[in-house]
Every structure is written in C-alpha cells, then in structure tokens.
Ligand binder design. Structure first.
Ligand code: PEP
Ligand code: MN
Length: 277
C-alpha cells in the first residue's frame, strides 16, 4: 500500500464521484462528468460580480469561482474583499442558483464562510498548511485541493490524505502548473499528472489552465489538452474587462472567448463520453 493509503487506487479501486448539492440541482465531479468551474480571479464589487455570474450561468457553467481571500505575492496588491464580500457572493449564489467555490487561507475564516459556500478551495500556497488541512478535513464540505507550487505527486496525494484521514472524503484534486526553469509561462503545466493521478488514485482531478499558464492565449489549448488527457473538468478565470481586473487579468478570458471554449469543451466531453451536466 502506498504512503497515501486512503487516496490510493488500491484502497478504493472505483473512481470517486462527488456530489455538490447546489441550490437548484446537484452537480457531480468525477468519472463520467466534465465539470466547468469559472469566474473572475476575485470578487471585486457587487455590480460586476452579479453581471459576470449571470453571463456565466447563461453560458452553462456548473460552479462559480468566488475569490474573497487572494494569496498575493506582494502585500501591496489587491488581496480580496474577505468576509465583507460574502453578501455579494451569497446574492450571486441565490439569484443564479449556481454553487460557489472559494479559497480559504486561514482556519479562523472557515466558520464564517461555511454556510455561504459549496466548495472550499485550498490554494497552491497552502497545500502543505497542515493545520488548515486538518481543520477542513473535519468539515463535510467538498474541498478542491490545488497542487503546491513545487509539490511532487506524492506530496500532493499525502496532503489529500490529511483531509481523508480526518474524515472528509469529498476531495477534488486540481493541477495548476508547477515551478520550473521556464519563465515565459507563469507555471509549467503538468498534463501528465492527469493520467498519473487517475492511475494512482480514485479521486477526481481538474485542471486550472489559467494559473497554470498565466497567459490568456494559452488557456484554451491547455484546457482542451486537459480534458483530452482525462481530466474531470476545468477551472477557468473569466473577466468582463481583463485589462482592468484587480488580479490576474493577463490570464483571464473574456466572456466571448470563454463561450467559444465552453462549446469546444462540450464537444470534447462528448468524445470522452463524459456528461457536461
Ligand atoms: C486561485 O485559484 O485563485 C489561485 C490563487 O490559485 P493557485 O492557488 O493555484 O495559485
Ligand atoms: Mn487568479
């Protein structure tokens, strides 16, 4: 048995499928489904967020990004609205009926976020924040666990093991690129991680082509490669005005670009015999 026992394929030969209850109808993540999560990098203000939420709903997304706490390299960058932004997220969730995903960076915020969100995200920088892993592992909400900036596959699966060991079995892995010597793209996408994870583990895996590349022109091709490689879905940043975004505008798609990608992913999902829900 590998070091990551509960996450291993040996422990659970069948693929895990996670049900996100949602407000209208459940969304499924895992074998047989292709799940599209999209939204701006961060919630910036009420009017823009409600507008993009409605646009993305009309395109057909399954889950909405709701970034409130942004881990920024510089302390002077926009760090998100924090819990102040929760009422905006709640309104978008209520009016569109779409489930929301938000990153939590600090154990002290779990309780405030809990009633208003559908999936907790553990960001790359916190993949090995073991206190956070243990606290979130005690909740019963689905958790999207991003791969650390320079984490090996085994370290990533062991981080998932922390959550599983605490009793939370609703774990979704997300490949978002790793640090290499290559400076042109923000990160280097490890597409091979997708079939490898499928071989080693029963957990669903998504790919985030936005943070993996840092460049809007690379997002579509990498998203399609991810689905072709067997990923269970994608997590994409979309903004009405990428040039004016308070964070990650360079990698954000416009709604028009995203609509085209959504249609292409739909066709690919069909080829892979996955339901786009
Ligand atoms: C994000 O998805 O908002 C994010 C910060 O991603 P990552 O942790 O992959 O950098
Ligand atoms: Mn971002």
């Amino acid at each position: 048995m590998p070091s990551y026992k509960l996450a291993s394929r040996e422990y659970c030969p069948r693929d895990t499928v996670i049900e996100i209850p949602g407000l209208l109808e459940p969304v499924f993540i895992g074998a047989g489904y292709c799940t599209i999560i999209a939204g701006p990098c961060a919630v910036e203000n009420q009017a823009d967020y409600l507008e993009i939420a409605k646009i993305l709903k009309s395109i057909g997304i399954h889950i909405l990004r709701a970034g409130l706490f942004k881990p920024r390299t510089s302390p002077y960058s926009f760090k998100g609205l924090g819990t102040e932004g929760l009422k905006i997220v709640e309104e978008a969730r209520r009016t569109t009926g779409i489930a929301v995903l938000t990153e939590v960076m600090d154990v002290r915020d779990i309780e405030d976020l809990y009633p208003h969100i559908d999936i907790f995200q553990i960001g790359s920088r916190n993949m090995q924040n073991f206190t956070l892993l243990e606290e979130l592992g005690k909740t019963n909400k689905p958790i999207l666990l991003k791969r650390g900036l320079a984490a090996t596959i085994e370290e990533w699966l062991l981080a998932a093991e922390y959550l599983l060991d605490r009793g939370n079995h609703k774990i979704i892995l997300c490949e978002r690129g790793i640090r290499t010597f290559e400076p042109y793209a923000r990160n280097t996408v490890d597409i091979g991680a997708v079939p490898l994870i499928k071989h080693l583990s029963h957990l669903p895996i998504l790919v985030d082509p936005s943070h993996a590349t840092g460049r809007a022109e690379m997002v579509g091709p990498v998203a399609k490669a991810a689905v072709a490689a067997g990923a269970d879905g994608i997590l994409v940043e979309v903004h009405q005005h990428p040039e004016a975004a308070l964070s990650d505008g360079r990698q954000s798609l416009t709604p028009e670009q995203f609509r085209e990608l959504y249609e292409q992913i739909n066709k690919l999902a069909e080829l892979e015999q996955k339901i786009l829900q």
